[in-house]
Ligand binder design. Structure first.
Ligand code: COI
Length: 375
């Protein structure tokens, strides 16, 4: 970036030598440079995907011996030191969250229901016996880190700044016990609006052998170790041309649970159904918001067990999550039988997509108090 001091000296010099028209055009030219460089990082926003793009700052806050958190700070983004005895490395004591910062058309930046993520992290922390920042500390930290990385929030319509809060056992132990100290860390990464990288609808494979979560396990919280066990199954499905895997319940292998990274819904007539959050399903914030918006649209939104049979008989199927947003499902394959679903402009899925993204990006009025403006 050209330091503004140099630009000012240059303009003063020009003003002594040139005519006013030249000075005016120079002023416009330099203002454009300054404004562009301050508003946006230097990158091609049309080429965003879901790839690693380090931003300028991360936020770190550690727990005190009494379980409170204090002295959170912004640091330049970079690698962190980690004790080999830490519980996150040895016993997987860790949680993550996923959130997004949206750029409005007027250039302002906003978050969507951040207190829900803060509460979900606290719920997970209770399950894994970790202290957690309180809701106010959590939201404050998110605001700070987004503000510091503001130039990485993609222009309106081009994507979002994905926010990844982590909470993990960083203090050392040898035996199997919770960490004496935990670290709360937030980093950010710009992403496109399309998690999958293309605009086609999902084609899901129903896996009836390896459940994602077991009753009494940690499927209902955003435990870091919920996710790597799906790698193998998803890799095999992708090699066969599927976009992702839909997992079934661990007891009867009969009811739909989650896709690897998102919740699943079916639409049949005027009823929209999704699996209930009874411990094996992640209580998604997009999921919760869609249930409310579906009722507003005049649909009956039901949280109930949904069998594979009903799934195959649905009119529409869609997935919800922070990363995937609302993604329509074009087809589902179960035991070599493939079924197609309605997709495109004239679907409930598209209406719900329009509603939720409208609120998130500021195109629609937020009548529910879901949006938190950062600027
Ligand atoms: C999110 O939707 O934010 C998630 O946490 C999913 C992640 C596995 C990509």
């Amino acid at each position: 970036m050209i330091p503004s001091r140099n630009i000012t000296s240059y303009l003063i010099l020009q003003s002594k030598q040139s005519n006013p028209t030249k000075i005016k055009s120079l002023l416009i030219f330099f203002t454009r440079i300054l404004v562009n460089e301050e508003l946006y990082a230097n990158m091609d926003w049309d080429k965003l995907g879901f790839d690693v793009i380090p931003t300028d700052y991360m936020y770190i806050m550690k727990s005190n011996s009494d379980g409170t958190f204090s002295n959170g700070t912004l640091l330049p983004f970079g690698t962190i030191d980690i004790n080999p005895h830490s519980t996150v490395l040895n016993y997987g004591q860790g949680l993550f969250e996923g959130m997004k910062a949206y750029k409005r058309e007027d250039g302002g930046v906003q978050l969507f229901r951040p207190e829900e993520n803060a509460l979900r992290m606290r719920m997970g922390a209770e399950r894994l016996l970790m202290p957690a920042p309180n809701v106010e500390q959590y939201i404050d930290a998110v605001k700070h880190v987004v503000h510091a990385n503001k130039r990485w929030v993609p222009p309106h319509g081009k994507g979002t700044l994905y926010i990844r809060p982590l909470l993990f056992g960083s203090g050392p132990v040898m035996g199997l016990s919770p960490a004496p100290q935990c670290t709360f860390l937030i980093y950010t990464n710009p992403i496109s609006n399309n998690y999958k990288g293309d605009t086609t609808s999902f084609n899901l494979l129903v896996d009836d052998k390896l459940p994602r979560a077991y009753p009494g396990g940690t499927g209902g919280v955003k435990n870091i170790s919920n996710y790597s066990p799906v790698f193998q199954v998803v890799k095999e499905a992708k090699a066969k041309g599927f976009s992702d895997v839909l997992f079934l319940d661990a007891v009867e292998h009969k009811y739909i649970e989650e896709v690897s990274s998102c919740n699943a819904f079916i639409v049949k007539g005027k009823v929209i159904s999704t699996a209930p959050t009874l411990g094996t399903i992640l209580p998604g914030i997009t999921r919760k918001s869609i249930i409310e918006l579906a009722s507003d649209l005049g649909y009956k939104a039901k949280e109930r067990k949904v069998s594979v049979k009903e799934l195959l008989d649905a009119d529409e199927v869609f997935c919800t999550g922070t990363a995937v947003g609302i993604s329509e499902v074009g087809s589902v394959t179960y035991k070599d039988k493939s079924v197609q679903f309605k997709t495109g402009a004239d679907t409930v899925t598209k209406k719900l997509y329009g509603l939720i993204t409208g609120i998130q990006t500021g195109l629609l009025e937020d009548t529910k108090g879901w949006v938190v403006k950062i600027d």
